[in-house]
Design a binder for this molecule. Structure first.
Ligand code: GRF
Length: 210
């Protein structure tokens, strides 16, 4: 069971790419819509735009940690975990983080890692969700915010938003439509998590009364 009510909880964000979700979370924090304290941003990619976005926003600690400097996935994840613990972060928010987390990392932060995925889970897990949804021929897709466990894109679902899929959609067009919703859903869900809290019954996330 996870429950929390404290405001301005310290969080770490991990991102590998262009960082649009990171940016919208940071904007929501600045605008007072999301009561978290982003203490640390970690990227596994030196060139990730996310790093620049975090620096410009004044995040106190912005780190590139190079996976090639570590013997294996677990060692790299342990290095990230050390930084997260040193910054005393309560939540870990994955925002376009393209590495699969080791089981030891997930165990260490069980129930405290969240991710956003560009499909309506459990449909289309994995790295090619948008393409897979189009190829399958679904008429609606969307995005899912979920807790992270050992199963790829398999943890309890916190929130979802759907979007229509049109006949002439390309992966890029559909992804752009999904990202419009991601940018609203992720900061809003993070804020709800901090303000309202939840408990877990089986696989179900039950939000506390407001
Ligand atoms: C998003 O579509 C998210 O669902 C997926 O990776 C993408 C990251 O986009 N996990 P950005 O880097 O936040 O723009």
């Amino acid at each position: 069971m996870t429950e929390q009510t404290t405001r301005y909880q310290p969080i770490a964000i991990m991102a590998s790419g262009k960082g649009s979700n990171l940016k919208l979370i940071l904007d929501a924090v600045t605008q007072g819509r999301c009561p978290v304290d982003v203490r640390l941003v970690i990227s596994d990619k030196a060139q990730a735009q996310a790093l620049e976005i975090a620096r410009s926003a004044g995040v106190p600690q912005v780190l590139h940690i190079n996976p090639k400097a570590y013997a294996d996935r677990a060692a790299f994840d342990a290095a990230c975990a050390e930084e997260i613990d040193a910054a005393d972060c309560r939540w870990i928010v994955l925002a376009g983080y393209m590495r699969i987390l080791s089981a030891s990392f997930v165990r260490r932060f069980r129930g405290c890692i969240m991710n956003i995925h560009p499909a309506i889970l459990p449909a289309f897990p994995g790295a090619h969700a948008v393409e897979d949804a189009l190829v399958y021929g679904v008429k609606a897709s969307g995005c899912t915010v979920h807790l992270v466990d050992e199963v790829l894109d398999g943890g309890p679902i916190l929130a979802q938003t759907t979007v229509p899929v049109f006949d002439d959609d390309t992966p890029e067009v559909l992804h752009a439509r999904i990202q419009i919703e991601e940018h609203k859903l992720y900061p809003a869900t993070l804020a709800r998590m901090v303000r309202q809290g939840f408990c877990i019954e089986g696989r179900r996330v039950i939000w506390n009364d407001e």
